[in-house]
Design a protein around this ligand. Sequence first.
Ligand code: NAD
Ligand SMILES: O=C(O)C(=O)C[C@@H](O)[C@H](O)[C@H](O)COP(=O)(O)O
Ligand code: ZN
Length: 362
Amino acid sequence: MSEIITVHLDQKPIYDIVIEKDFSQLGTAFSRLNVTGRKICIVTDSNVGPLYAKAVQEVLETTGNQIFVYTFAAGEESKNLNTVQDLYEFLIENHFDRKDMLAALGGGVVGDLTGFTAATYLRGISFIQIPTSLLAQVDSSIGGKTGVDFRAYKNMVGAFHQPKLVYMNMSTLLSLDTRLFNSGFGEIIKHGLIKDAAYYRWLQNNAAKIQAKDYDALEQMIAGSCNIKREVVELDPTEQGDRALLNFGHTLGHAIEKLMNFQLYHGECVVLGMIAALNISVTRGHITQAEYDDAIQMFKDYAFPTNVTGISIDDVIRVSKSDKKMEANQIKFILLKQIGNAYIDRTVTDDEMKRSLTDIIR
Ligand SMILES: NC(=O)c1ccc[n+]([C@@H]2O[C@H](COP(=O)([O-])OP(=O)(O)OC[C@H]3O[C@@H](n4cnc5c(N)ncnc54)[C@H](O)[C@@H]3O)[C@@H](O)[C@H]2O)c1
Ligand SMILES: O=C(O)C(=O)C[C@@H](O)[C@H](O)[C@H](O)COP(=O)(O)O
Ligand SMILES: [Zn+2]
């Protein structure tokens, strides 16, 4: 069973998210875009390219377009303007014009970087997302947030630029190593915690099936998360308000990610940030200690580290405050009113942050 979810903006259908178990429907889905006789550059990384670029190239060639492949070194370390510049050069050398396209084939790093290049090359060309990591399938490929890190700052340079299509082949998840697969659950559990208590309980009850990569359970979960993200971004595509709820766990999580020099994955850092935010939500009397303990158990069930060594609490707070989460000198935090219901809070103090981090930073 495949699934198609359509993302609307201003009540108009903008792009489809196609969930499939192989690449067999990619040609059909792409043909709906009515793009032929153009150049398409598959942008991928050094891990994903050797596994899937040929298969994607073969399918896209059947759509009557000329296909190029551009590969950069895998990892968050490549998500920067240098890689973007190298890609601009490749596109210029191969005479890509405004009607040509990019196709991001890979995880969130490839998606964010390709989307940003598409947003800025020739003042904006089209792109599609072919996400291959769990995190990218449930989160980063949807919603049009594109960008790169700048110096030590996460996602400091970017643009909102919507893809024309998101096509995911769930079978690509089989080649992800276990720790990377698990890191995707950070954003998935986040979706339940901020928006949907029933989905959160379902994730709790189905942890074993999902981790065993039971196909039906995985498809249900990916569609569940895509739908939650779709609802949020449809209402607030450029984060003027409630889209910021998707930042649950990121205020401190991004700081931990940077301070750990990206040795911990994004999803793992988001979980550490969520633990701190849940802790503050307990102290504020919004959720119970039992609900907090339940969430910690859930993170453990999905194999997340729940603490980290080698960095200091003061540094995490300092780096968080130098991030773009500051607004009018006040840190923007996402807390829970209850499980499945998040809100934006601008009153979290340094002392609250410190207390919330004592069990996490050892
Ligand atoms: N734009 C957004 O809305 C959004 C949302 C969440 C996260 N992000 C960003 O996404 C990034 C994290 O994404 P990620 O976890 O996918 O990281 P990633 O893109 O670095 O992928 C993780 C690793 O898995 C490899 N990989 C990916 N798919 C594979 C597959 N099918 N088989 C084998 N290896 C595979 C990659 O080569 C890489 O080494 C971060 O930069 C984060 O800031 C963006
Ligand atoms: O789509 C969004 O909006 C998100 O915030 C999703 C996050 O999971 C993602 O990590 C995003 O890249 C964070 O963006 P940032 O603007 O806070 O850096
Ligand atoms: Zn994230």
